[in-house]
Design a protein around this ligand. Structure first.
Ligand code: NAD
Length: 249
């Protein structure tokens, strides 16, 4: 098969640079175009079969619409989308294969799976908290990965992410309720991404932690996702689909 021709959107950013670097190590892909703010996305799109977007959340709807209109594969790594922006991604996914994941590392996707299992096993008697830390330059909070972890906890418990998450605590907060999911964002230094899910009950607690030490894991995962999506039916997929984790009991 000929190498998959990629367009990297957000190419001058930290992730864009990591993806361009990783692509050079993979003979199954080639970077046909690299686009950042101010560049001609439309002209670049004509050169590519698949777009990998790690730019800014406001950009993704237009990227998704352009990919849908021209039948390209789309991999979205950008985080921090509003509900309307997420709806635009879902709309594009009715026409093209879209892999939309807050985290492309195999380790974090294993953490997603373990979080679901732990929540099922431990049950409603355990209080749920998610803590994340990222570098000082990160623009959105909580991280997309922390949001996904909280969504998984909410799904497993029959709770609602929008209603039941509690972002940080300050002042006379009152006692913790049994149904809230605490989410806490720490920022500093050059931390690539740390996430911990805490299950706490009187007498014991379980903590599941993942720490990323390099962006290469996200870069490799996003390229793997683009290759997986090539030729696939239209749909909204995530990295658990790419890795085949959904079929694990
Ligand atoms: P960054 O700020 O270093 O890079 C973002 C790049 O996008 C910049 O070069 C910026 O100029 C560019 N950009 C802004 N507007 C644009 C436009 N209109 N068109 C094209 N490019 C545009 O950020 P980063 O650390 O590389 O992260 C980028 C995004 O990826 C963030 O949302 C971050 O949270 C997310 N991220 C996701 C994962 C994952 O595994 N899914 C991992 C790391 C980061």
């Amino acid at each position: 098969m000929t190498p998959l021709r990629l367009l990297i959107n957000g190419s001058r950013g930290r992730m864009g640079q990591a993806i361009i670097g990783w692509a050079q190590t993979d003979s199954e892909v080639t970077v046909a175009a690299a686009v950042d703010a101010g560049d001609d996305f439309g002209a670049a799109l004509a050169q590519a079969e698949a777009v990998i977007d790690f730019s800014h959340h406001t950009v993704t709807p237009a990227v998704a619409a352009a990919c849908a209109a021209s039948g390209k594969v789309l991999v979205v790594g950008t985080t921090g989308h509003t509900d309307a922006e997420r709806a635009a991604i879902a709309e594009a996914a009715t026409r093209i294969p879209v892999v939309f994941a807050p985290n492309f590392s195999i380790g974090v996707n294993t953490l997603f799976w373990l979080t679901r299992k732990a929540a099922e096993i431990l049950g409603p008697g355990f209080d749920l908290e998610v803590v994340e830390m990222h570098h000082r330059l990160k623009k959105d909070a909580p991280s997309g990965t922390a949001r996904r972890l909280a969504e998984i906890l909410a799904e497993t418990r029959g709770l609602d992410y929008g209603r039941d998450t509690r972002h940080g605590r300050e002042g006379i907060t009152g006692e913790r309720t049994a149904t809230e999911i605490g989410v806490h964002a720490i920022r500093g230094g050059d931390v690539v991404g740390d996430h911990t899910v805490i299950f706490a009950t009187p007498g014991e607690r379980v903590e599941l932690t993942h720490k990323a030490s390099s962006r290469e894991t996200f870069a490799a995962g996003s390229i793997r996702a683009a290759k997986w999506a090539r030729g696939r039916a239209p749909g909204l997929y995530d990295m658990e689909d790419v890795l085949g984790l959904r079929s694990l009991a």
